[in-house]
Design a protein around this ligand. Structure first.
Ligand SMILES: Cc1ncc(COP(=O)(O)O)c(C=O)c1O
Length: 402
């Protein structure tokens, strides 16, 4: 992969002194191809798709269908109608949590490393509807130990809802094995793929997962765009979170007939520019090549891991092998607050990372930790940026560490 060629597509890197952007796990940068696709919508056919029958509206509908097809193909889903557009992974996860209509006493199994978006809905449902929760250690699953999950499944579960790649240390669980085990015990499986979809070639049909949530803004797509994949029969059993115009076939004064999937989940005027931009994002990733992107990330992560490992008093979170951490490198400096590390990195070296608990509060709180500093990279980062990042962290360790 030619990273210099790639960087030419990203407006941020056309600035005179661009920062070193290492916060892609939160939100990625966007190439001009995505921005232009959105611009084209606003300039050439800025109408409402799916409703009016005039030429501009028809163009929007055609582009929306194309984006859905491209996104479905990108995640390995044969049927594009099984991909629902949402505004975020959070909305996708909430749609399932609220729409499954879980009853008092029914159980949901998660890991101990869920993002708040796959944690808070279950906490609230436990309080409001009396659902029960089982929690298995993410690290056991990551290492291929399915025993804790087996034990939880023995107690009965309607749904296993797990993060595929966690956003704290970047490690990934063997989803296919989880799905097989859960299906054996009669449970559905939903995975939070926010940190997986941007960094791997998914094959959702083959994985046999029932539901899969992710966000487009972490994979070169526009802000405020997410998606939910579901097997058709599973989606049909979920009550939409939002209902209204565009999601119904016909209504009377006392009845409403919902449209089939995916429209039943897409009520109200949609984010057409966002959807079209999301299509352009996966097209861009496909053209660069996911295998090459993954290889590039592994090379950069290995380089930075080697550099940081030499710093006395620095600890890296997660598996020592950088190949098991994708594009994420989280660390702590002895006696320093993660937010201080992040602010100093920005101040002295224009290195932009994320710090804190990364919306996974229970995990850190249970370990008595304030959080961590997280560098997350993507296809546009360079080896030179990794060197500067390591050098800046080394300087902070030398000057500020207790
Ligand atoms: C693992 C994981 N799940 C869920 C989310 C929430 O995603 P969104 O911002 O699309 O709601 C994030 C965002 O950082 C994440 O990393």
């Amino acid at each position: 992969m030619d990273v210099n060629r790639v960087r030419k597509d990203f407006p941020l890197y056309q600035q005179a002194s661009p920062p070193i952007y290492l916060d892609s796990a939160c939100q990625s940068l966007r190439p001009r191809q995505v921005i232009e696709a959105m611009d084209e919508y606003y300039c050439a056919f800025p109408a409402c798709g799916g409703r009016s029958v005039h030429r501009l509206a028809t163009e929007v509908s055609v582009r929306m269908d194309r984006a859905r097809e491209e996104i479905a193909a990108f995640v390995g889903a044969r049927d594009p109608e099984c991909v629902v557009f949402t505004k975020s992974a959070t909305e996708s996860l909430n749609t399932v949590a609220k729409g499954l209509r879980l009853r008092k006493g029914e159980r949901v199994i998660t890991t101990d490393m869920e993002h708040n978006s796959n944690h808070v809905p279950w906490v609230l449902l436990a309080r409001e509807r009396g659902i029960r929760r089982g929690i298995v250690p993410f690290s056991a699953l990551e290492q291929g130990d399915l025993e804790p999950l087996k034990e939880e499944l023995e107690k009965g579960a309607r749904l296993v809802s797990v993060v595929h790649t966690n956003n704290v240390d970047g490690s990934t669980i063997p989803l296919e094995a989880v799905v097989e085990l859960a299906h054996d015990r009669g449970a559905l499986v939903m995975a939070d793929g926010c940190q997986t979809a941007p960094h791997s070639s998914l094959a959702l049909d083959r994985t046999d997962v029932d539901l899969y949530a992710w966000s487009m803004h972490k994979m070169l797509g526009p802000s405020g765009m997410g998606a939910l994949y579901g097997k058709r029969e599973v989606l049909e059993g979920i009550e939409p979170l939002v209902t209204g115009g565009g999601a119904v076939a016909i209504t009377s004064y006392d009845s409403a007939e919902l449209l089939p999937v995916p429209e039943r989940f897409e009520a109200g005027l949609q984010n057409f520019a966002g959807i079209i931009g999301s299509g352009a994002a996966v097209r861009y990733l496909r053209e660069v090549g996911m295998e090459e992107i993954v290889e590039h990330e592994h090379r950069l992560n290995a380089l930075a891991t080697e550099g940081l490992s030499a710093i006395e008093g620095l600890s890296i979170l997660g598996p020592p092998d950088p190949r098991r951490r994708g594009g994420i490198l989280s660390f702590n400096l002895r006696g320093m607050l993660p937010h201080d590390v992040a602010m100093i990195l920005d101040e002295i070296a224009s290195v932009l990372i994320r710090s804190g608990m990364h919306c996974v509060h229970p995990y850190f709180a249970a370990r008595g930790m304030e959080g961590c500093a997280r560098a997350s990279l993507y296809l546009y980062n360079t080896e030179e940026e990794m060197r500067q990042f390591v050098e800046a962290v080394g300087y902070i360790a030398e000057r500020f560490m207790g």
